[in-house]
Design a binder for this molecule. Sequence first.
Ligand SMILES: [Cu+2]
Length: 164
Amino acid sequence: MSLLPPVILLASLAVAVAGCGGGDPPGGTGPEVGSARAGAPAPGVPSPPPPPGATEGLTTRGLYRVRYETEPSPIPLGQLFTVRTTVTDAASGVPVTGGTVSVNARMPDHGHGMETAPESAPGDPTAGEYVTRGMKFHMPGSWTLTVDVGGDRPDHVAFVHVVP
Ligand SMILES: [Cu+2]
């Protein structure tokens, strides 16, 4: 295995003010993934979003399979939690070991994001893992947790998680 390039992980800032600015794609180095694309979905056909409550799914363009788990689990209301995200190439299953990944969350029904500014760092590179700390869901209700993979082949996926 060759040396991995520095991974720059950007956690989008969630503004406490009403009116969420989420969705800015991060810049950065391109992911290093297996190049095999056989089996990838047809171009231009977006993957359906994961069903509510799912913790694994394909990104919108079908480029990556993303799985996340949280610490603690389930996500506690009003307390900081950590997200561990695993990103693999959807076609080859190869972990995405170098890339730009950001995790953000917002409440689309309320039009706001989080009150915290989470920060991401590399996790286990052999697993394509990224660790985001400083997440907090400060209200009960339906949250959308978005994972953005940047670089040359950007793609994203949005998970719906309801906090009781
Ligand atoms: Cu809210």
